[in-house]
Design a protein around this ligand. Structure first.
Ligand code: GRF
Length: 200
């Protein structure tokens, strides 16, 4: 049987993408990364994809800042389907996905967020937790819906907040947890998948 295909979307440095690709290469994550797509031309995540021999695509998002223009999102769906992606993995992707992608990949889009959702959705979640005086925060893997970090929670990992933490030190510790949790959760989803592959 064909391997389970994932497509990774991101706009940043790509540390989660690297962790996922490493786990695939080492045989701990039973999937095949079929495409990495970014809406930022020079994003580190695209260079990481190339390093691992995964097709890396820059997709111009259009003129809007928070979402793709409709034509761009239709092109995004086309590329993901052409690459035979079974599961979309968001890794530092900053735009809100709308109808075409959500409908084409219902319950097949996941994200990792740097807080224990439903606490602290949105940007700089680690800084929000620190400012609120929390002693514990963490990261969450969740399905993606039309809201901002509102989809069904799949798994979480706690991270302690230490007395001398700064936003930078706390974010770094959360990212270590993300890089362990995210590939492991993807592997569990692959194992549990009732759909065999690319029959969208
Ligand atoms: C991650 O820390 C994740 O929590 C958030 O975006 C960040 C992306 O970092 N969704 P990277 O590009 O994977 O290094």
């Amino acid at each position: 049987m064909d391997r389970f295909g994932i497509g990774i979307l991101g706009a940043g440095t790509g540390s989660n993408c690297r962790a996922i690709l490493e786990q695939i290469r080492e045989g701990h994550l039973r999937a095949e990364a079929r495409i990495v797509i970014s809406d930022v031309r020079d994003a580190g995540i695209l260079a990481i994809a190339e390093e691992f021999g995964v097709p890396a695509v820059f997709l111009p998002p259009g003129k809007w800042k928070t979402k793709f223009e409709p034509e761009a999102e239709i092109e995004l769906v086309r590329q993901l389907r052409e690459a035979r992606v079974d599961l979309i993995v968001l890794a530092g992707f900053m735009r809100i996905l709308k109808g075409p992608v959500l409908e084409s990949f219902r319950q097949r889009i996941i994200n990792v967020h740097p807080s224990l959702l439903p606490k602290y959705p949105g940007r700089a979640a680690w800084a929000q937790a620190l400012a609120a005086g929390e002693s514990v925060t963490g990261c969450t893997v969740h399905y993606v819906d039309a809201g901002i970090d509102t989809g069904e929670i799949i798994a979480q990992r706690e991270v302690p907040i230490l007395p001398n933490d700064t936003p930078v030190s706390l974010h770094a510790r959360i990212q270590l947890a993300e890089r362990e949790l995210y590939p492991a959760v993807i592997d569990q989803l692959v194992a549990a998948a009732s759909y065999p592959h690319s029959d969208l």
